[in-house]
Design a protein around this ligand. Structure first.
Ligand SMILES: O=C(O)CCC(=O)C(=O)O
Ligand SMILES: [Fe+2]
Length: 262
C-alpha cells in the first residue's frame, strides 16, 4: 500500500493551505507519551453506554470498542476539546464559533478494510463543476484523529486519498484512487494528529494483528451543523465534569453567543 507523505507545515497559513489542497493536515507530536498512556488507560476503564452505536468488539477482540461522548465520561477529555496545535487549524477553517459534534474513543481490534467513504459529503456536483477552480466548498465538518500507537500497515492505519474532497461525489466502496491519486496509508507515530475534512475519501485499513489499535476521534463542525450526542432526546452533561471546563471548552461543548434563531 502506498504510504502518505506526512509533511509538518511550519506556519498556520501553510496548514490551512494544506487543508484546502489535500483535505487533511498532519500535526506531529501534539501529545506526549504520558498523555498517550492516560488516554489508552481511559479507553480500557470506560465502558460504552448501553446501546452505543458502532460498538461491536466481541470477546475475541474482533471489531471496535467505541466510547461516544468521551468528553462526558472523564474530565481528562476536556483538554482534548481545544488541544494547542489542533484547535488553531480547526478554528481557522470552521470559524471561531465552531463546536464539537462528537468525541469518541475508538479501539480497533482485528477487522477487514472499511469501505472507502466520506464521513459527510455536503454538496454533490458534476465532476467537471467540482473541478473548476472557482468552485470552493468550505469544510463544514472536520475530525481530529489522535493516534495512540506507532502505526504500521498490519495494524490498520487510516488511509486517505489526498485532494479527493474535490471530487463531485462520494466514492464507490472499492475505490482505490481518485483523479489518478492512489489511496495512501497514514503511518504516523503515537502522539501525532491528523485533521481531515469530512468529504475527503478515506477508510480504516484492515487490522490483521491481535493487537488493539487505539485512537481518539474529535469531530468538529461549523456552528450551523447540529451536535450529535446520544441518547438524542435525553443527553445530559455531567455537572461535575462541566464545572471544570474553561469558557472556550464550554463554547466547544455548545455554549454559544446567541445568533439567528437562538
Ligand atoms: O479507523 C480509522 O482509521 C478510520 C475510521 C473511519 O474513517 C470511520 O469509521 O468513519
Ligand atoms: Fe470515516
Amino acid at each position: 500500500m502506498p504510504v502518505a507523505e506526512l509533511i509538518a507545515y511550519a506556519s498556520r497559513q501553510e496548514r490551512a493551505q494544506a487543508m484546502e489542497r489535500d483535505g487533511f493536515v498532519y500535526l506531529p507530536g501534539v501529545i506526549n507519551s504520558q498523555e498517550v498512556q492516560q488516554l489508552r488507560a481511559c479507553s480500557y476503564r470506560i465502558q460504552p453506554a448501553a446501546g452505543s452505536a458502532w460498538d461491536s468488539m466481541d470477546a475475541s477482540g474482533s471489531g471496535i470498542k467505541t466510547i461516544q461522548n468521551a468528553f462526558n465520561r472523564d474530565p481528562l477529555y476536556l483538554e482534548y476539546l481545544d488541544k494547542p496545535g489542533v484547535i488553531e487549524i480547526v478554528e481557522d477553517v470552521l470559524g471561531e464559533d465552531c463546536h464539537i459534534i462528537q468525541m469518541t474513543q475508538w479501539n480497533t481490534g482485528r477487522r477487514e478494510n472499511q469501505a472507502m467513504h466520506t464521513d459527510w459529503k455536503p454538496i454533490r456536483l458534476p465532476d467537471d463543476v467540482a473541478a473548476d477552480e472557482r468552485v470552493r466548498i468550505p469544510a463544514l465538518i472536520m475530525t481530529a484523529h489522535f493516534y495512540l500507537d506507532d502505526m504500521y500497515e498490519a495494524l490498520g492505519p487510516t488511509r486517505v486519498i489526498p485532494g479527493s474532497h474535490r471530487a463531485g461525489s462520494s466514492p464507490e466502496p472499492d475505490a482505490g484512487q481518485w483523479n489518478g491519486v492512489k489511496e495512501q496509508s497514514i503511518l504516523c507515530q503515537a502522539g501525532d494528529v491528523i485533521v481531515f475534512r469530512s468529504d475527503v475519501w478515506h477508510r480504516g485499513g484492515a487490522n490483521r494483528t491481535d493487537i488493539v489499535r487505539y485512537l481518539l476521534q474529535v469531530h468538529y463542525a461549523n456552528r450551523w451543523i447540529a451536535q450529535r450526542f446520544p441518547p438524542f432526546l435525553s443527553f445530559q452533561f455531567d455537572p461535575g465534569i462541566l464545572s471544570q471546563a474553561t469558557p472556550r471548552q464550554r463554547r466547544l461543548l455548545g455554549e454559544h453567543q446567541p445568533g439567528p434563531f437562538a
